[in-house]
Ligand binder design. Structure first.
Ligand code: HEC
Ligand code: HEC
Length: 332
């Protein structure tokens, strides 16, 4: 049929048309560019090869397997194995190094911090905040105000055994008496001692003599100093906060401090020993330590011997409270 047809040449371009015409627009019969045809053929060949080589076609119970035996699971496993292999070198080193050694080794230190940061987001952020900034009743871990101690070892112990954990023998333990609720002090006396606390210099300086004479002062020395120190600066052995540093765990208004002294507080931090492996705990301890308020480890532990003449005036000796917290607790 088409043979008989007269060739229709487009006037403007001189190219043959296909004979299709719409409203006076004619379709030119240009051949496809050669390169385009080759790319098209290459794509067809490639897709056929891909179809055979890789899992491609859904069949009952999965898909065709493909001659290469490729799966994404295998790929994932390979990349995980590679990561583990790279970590292994660090982990072995990390396991046998002391905290002091890790703190001095930049590579191990960075490794520990990265692991600690990840574990913190997962386990600690819900209470302490994702930036460890804390909140009411949950201490800020970025500052140098420590309830229980800011050396890596202290933090490690806190993490292992928690604070006031019921069934952990080694947990950090101490309990401020509920002076009002348990009738140890009268309401008036609590008001006086609260005033005294609120009037303590909040810059860590020594209380002036006027503050140091009133009724509140006496009540404080008799009831509170054994844990918070005669100067109110706190004692870590009892997790008793510094009351002179403007940092309030439970709030610093008169009403809040009154509430604290009347009913007492007893924050509980879980013990992590049973839930996280030791490497993770050590990484967390290092991570928390470097957040801001980390304190240097002493190189040698303090010897537990009676003071001699030479170290009697050493200011590192902790103040010994006249009564232990247990004794006070039993008074009730
Ligand atoms: C269920 C809430 C909770 C979780 C989860 C939690 N903490 Fe705590 N944490 C507390 C509380 C409450 C305290 C303060 C206890 C007190 O009043 O002495 C505390 C205290 C601490 C302290 C002691 C601070 C000081 O001043 O001595 C450290 C260190 C600490 N947490 C680190 C962590 C890390 C690291 C994790 C994650 C593994 C974690 N916490 C998870 C509630 C929590
Ligand atoms: C047996 C030890 C002990 C005695 C005695 C004691 N405290 Fe405490 N006090 C603590 C502990 C431990 C905490 C922290 C509680 C917590 O972390 O949950 C605390 C917390 C506080 C706080 C809260 C501080 C903050 O940052 O929010 C105030 C205020 C306070 N005590 C005042 C007093 C006063 C006043 C007395 C005396 C009338 C007193 N304490 C006696 C152990 C004691």
């Amino acid at each position: 049929m088409s043979d008989d047809r007269k060739k229709d040449i487009d006037d403007l371009s001189g190219v043959e048309t296909t004979g299709h015409e719409w409203d006076g627009l004619k379709e030119l019969n240009n051949p496809l560019p050669r390169w385009w045809v080759w790319v098209f053929i290459a794509c067809c060949v490639w897709s056929f090869w891909y179809f055979v080589a890789y899992p491609a076609w859904p069949v009952p119970g999965g898909a065709t397997k493909g001659t290469l035996g490729y799966t994404q699971y295998k790929e994932l496993k390979a990349s995980q194995d590679e990561i583990l292999l790279r970590q292994q070198a660090y982990i072995e080193n990390f396991e046998k190094s002391s905290f002091d050694e890790i703190l001095k080794d930049p590579a191990l230190y960075a490794f520990a911090n990265a692991g600690g940061a990840a574990a913190f987001k997962e386990n600690c952020a819900q209470c302490h905040g994702s930036g460890a900034e804390g909140g009411k009743a949950y201490p800020n871990l970025n500052d140098d105000d420590w309830l229980w101690g800011g050396r890596v070892d202290d933090i490690y112990t806190t993490l292992q055994h928690g604070i006031r954990v019921q069934n952990d023998y080694d947990t950090r333990q101490s309990q401020m008496p509920a002076f009002g609720k348990d009738g140890l002090l009268k309401r008036k006396e609590i008001e006086q001692v609260v005033d005294y606390v609120l009037n303590l210099p909040q810059d860590g300086g020594a209380a002036d003599t006027e503050v140091n004479t009133g009724a509140g002062y006496t009540i404080f020395q008799e009831n509170c100093a054994s844990c918070h120190g005669a100067d109110g600066k706190g004692m870590r052995d009892f997790g008793a906060p510094n009351l002179t540093d403007k940092i309030w765990l439970y709030g610093g208004t008169r009403a809040e401090v009154f509430e604290t002294v009347y009913n007492a507080r007893a924050g509980v931090m879980p013990a992590w020993k049973a839930r996280l492996d030791d490497n993770t705990l050590r990484q967390l301890a290092i991570y928390v330590h470097q957040l801001g308020g980390g304190e240097a480890n002493e190189v040698t532990p303090e010897p537990v011997i009676a003071p001699t003449e030479t170290d009697a005036d050493s200011n590192t000796a902790p103040d010994t409270p006249t009564e232990t917290p247990e004794e006070i607790g039993h008074e009730q």
